[in-house]
Structures are given as C-alpha cells and as structure tokens.
Design a protein around this ligand. Structure first.
Ligand SMILES: [Zn+2]
Length: 182
C-alpha cells in the first residue's frame, strides 16, 4: 500500500467537488479519512485472516463494490443534512473510497488488489507500478526506508494531487461561467 498520507492526499484533493456546504475542514478530513480507511482491514491479521483471503488485506475493503455500497449507505445521511447535493456528496465519497484500491494497484509489492470482490476474488495490479509499497508496521515506516517511501509518494502522488487541485482552482477562478437566463 502507499502510506495513509498518500491516500489521504488523493481524498483531500476531491474536496472541490463536494457540494458547497461541505467544502470546509470537516469535508477535507472526511474525504482524507475515507480514502485511507480501506487499510483498516489490516486488523484482520489480528484475527488470523490470511492476506490472500477475500476478507484479508487488500481484499473486500479495497473493492469498487465495497466503495459503492459504503457511498450508497451515506446517501440518506447527506439527504438529511443537505438541502441539495446529496447524490453529488455520495458520488464524491465513492470516488474517494474507490481511489484507495486503484492507487494500491500502482504499488510495487504485496499481493494484488481485490478490486472486484465479491464478483471476482482475483487480485490485480496495474501494468505500471511506480509507487514503492509501504511497510505494514509503524516501526518499519519510521525508518530510513520510510523517508524514501514518502519521497517517492511525494513525486508520484503528492505532486499530481497538487497539480490537480491547482488546475481545478484555476478552472473555476478564470474560466467564465455561462450566464443564466433571467
Ligand atoms: Zn490499501
């Protein structure tokens, strides 16, 4: 997996697409959390769930269907909380959660990603895998290797996220909006 920082950066870069009332630090934190959350599946190791099991690490929680189910479950919450934009909020949540598995397919180690569980228990990688896999243990991460991984992620995840966010900002700031007819 990339580190939680890399996943959180991807999630946070989606904030501009949330409905206006959610474009705030809470929305930022929510999307960062949702994008990193699938790795909470490492808790399965404590219950002796094998890595390669559909419920193991990089299994169901990394699936596109899991992301869709979680996002769909959030829709009533948004409907209750927002006067409009509930579907939009749920779709952005889906993209944030689904981004996790897709980003993991770009890593150079571990088992592949169960993108299509439960329909297909196969584990998949992208054909191009430039991101160094992050160690599962915190001790290993807080080492020289951890710094090298963060530098790698800054290049392949952090900078593209910044460029993406800046592009969205510039698009909204400088492109004229169509006038609404009275
Ligand atoms: Zn992961």
């Amino acid at each position: 997996m990339p580190s939680a920082f890399a996943h959180a950066a991807v999630g946070a870069s989606l904030v501009p697409f949330l409905p206006q009332p959610l474009r705030n630090p809470a929305g930022f934190g929510l999307l960062a959390f949702l994008a990193a959350a699938p790795d909470l599946d490492v808790i399965g190791f404590s219950f002796d769930i094998p890595y390669s099991h559909p419920l193991g690490h990089r299994g169901l929680s990394h699936s596109v269907f899991f992301a869709a189910a979680l996002a769909a479950a959030s829709w009533p919450l948004w409907r209750h909380r927002l006067s409009s934009g509930a579907t939009r909020a749920a779709v952005v949540c889906f993209v944030a959660i689904a981004s996790h598995g897709l980003l993991d397919t770009l890593t150079d180690g571990g088992l592949g990603i169960g993108l299509w569980i439960p329909l297909d228990d196969g584990r998949y990688f992208a054909p191009w895998r430039p991101i160094e896999v992050s160690p599962l243990s915190v001790d290993a991460f807080l080492s020289h290797r951890g710094l090298a991984i963060l530098a790698n992620e800054a290049r392949w995840v952090g900078l593209p996220c910044l460029a993406f966010t800046a592009s969205v900002w510039a698009w909204r700031r400088y492109l004229p909006r169509p006038r609404r007819s009275p």
